[in-house]
Write a protein that binds this ligand. Structure first.
Ligand SMILES: NC(=O)C1=CN([C@@H]2O[C@H](COP(=O)(O)OP(=O)(O)OC[C@H]3O[C@@H](n4cnc5c(N)ncnc54)[C@H](OP(=O)(O)O)[C@@H]3O)[C@@H](O)[C@H]2O)C=CC1
Ligand SMILES: O=CC(=O)O
Length: 324
């Protein structure tokens, strides 16, 4: 009998067929309370699950007593209680490499759109307000040759540094838990503690995972250390930044602008003050949202699930000790 697998996200047809050759697959969209009730029996039997979103705490894991492998279609895995999964012998697989370049592209888009006011000016133009040659109220600020600070010099941080250094002649600063020799050699990146990076950067770009150490790493005190002309970009996870403190800093022009792909609560509530601030570009968590990359992520997650349930795992496992 084939192992039971639940796909809690609709997969491209060819990938679904690939899963079908190995497993008895039940597919539905999202782990809502209603779906968890409706599919309770199959969830009980599932040895593998694949999808994105959701929250895998103890309560959710209790609905999955046969689970051996969870394959998330994402790089981040803060939605999973990894410690609890490891204690239960459940392997967690993720898709980091598939999206690195695409997320770095989006971060550059946020850098450019906040500094050059791309969204604001495009809206003014569409509204028929371009009647004469533009005056300084339409001007943005330069990106090239400005200092770009990266907090979190992992895969995405490196890809962003490459763009900033090679494409825009920007001096690069970075912070991470460790020194990254490659970043220093390839991009002439300078290591700084967080406070110095905040004080020296024209763009502060966050590419951090969410964990106990990074939650609200950027709060009121840290925002106060940034230059008033500086721009904050966050494509890591929303709760890394204290959103109330950020709103205050933006309202009071203690920093110049923010480009945000991630938020403390997603979807961002329609009444969020962030949506009413002219110096904010807010995107709906679309760092990896291109047709090519979303397909590659799903394909990677499918292979991750197959190798973890049927063969040897060589990469993309968050808690490899579980399968060794
Ligand atoms: N907006 C979007 O759509 C997307 C967002 N993401 C987010 O981006 C995050 C990063 O992805 P990726 O680059 O692949 O991950 P990596 O694991 O490659 O990089 C993470 C970096 O964060 C650093 N870091 C972790 N904890 C701390 C800390 N407490 N203080 C300082 N630095 C720390 C690590 O430091 P060190 O190198 O020293 O270990 C590392 O440099 C993901 O976890 C996810 O949350 C990912 C994909 C899409
Ligand atoms: O935020 C997206 C991810 O892949 O992580």
């Amino acid at each position: 009998m084939k192992p039971v697998v639940v796909a809690y996200k609709t997969l491209p047809e060819d990938l679904r067929q690939r899963l079908d050759t190995h497993f008895a697959v039940t597919e539905f969209e999202g782990l809502s309370e209603e779906n968890c009730k409706k599919y309770a029996q199959v969830l009980q039997k599932a040895q593998g699950i694949i999808g994105s979103g959701g929250k895998f705490d103890k309560q959710q894991l209790n609905l999955l007593p046969s689970l051996k492998v969870a394959s998330t279609i994402s790089a981040g895995y803060d939605q999973f209680d990894v410690e609890e999964m490891s204690a239960r012998g459940i392997a967690l697989m993720h898709t980091p490499d598939a999206l690195t370049e695409t997320v770095a592209d989006l971060m550059m888009a946020l850098v450019l759109s906040t500094a050059r006011r791309v969204v604001d000016l495009a809206e003014r133009t569409k509204a028929g307000k371009w009647r004469d040659s533009v005056d300084p109220s339409w001007y943005g600020i330069d990106v090239h040759h400005k200092t770009l600070g990266i907090i979190g010099m992992g895969r995405i941080g490196m890809a962003l540094a490459q763009r900033a250094h090679g494409g825009f002649s920007m001096p690069v600063l970075y912070n991470a838990r460790h020194r990254h020799e490659q970043a220093e050699q390839r991009f002439n990146a300078g290591y700084r503690d967080v406070d110095s990076l905040l004080a020296e950067s024209d763009f502060v770009c966050i590419t951090l995972p969410l964990n106990e150490q990074t939650h609200h790493l950027i709060g009121r005190d840290q925002l106060a250390k940034m230059k008033p002309s500086a721009i904050l970009i966050n494509a890591g996870r929303g709760p890394v930044v204290d959103e109330e403190a950020l709103i205050d800093a933006l309202k009071n022009h203690r920093i110049h602008a923010a480009g945000l792909d991630v938020f403390e609560h997603e979807p961002l509530p329609a009444d969020s003050a962030l949506l009413r601030l002219p110096n904010v570009v807010a995107l709906p968590h679309v760092g990896s949202a291109t047709h090519e990359t979303r397909y590659d992520m799903a394909a990677t997650a499918v292979e991750n699930l197959i190798t973890a349930l049927t063969g040897k795992v060589e990469r993309n496992c968050v808690n490899p000790q579980v399968i060794q």
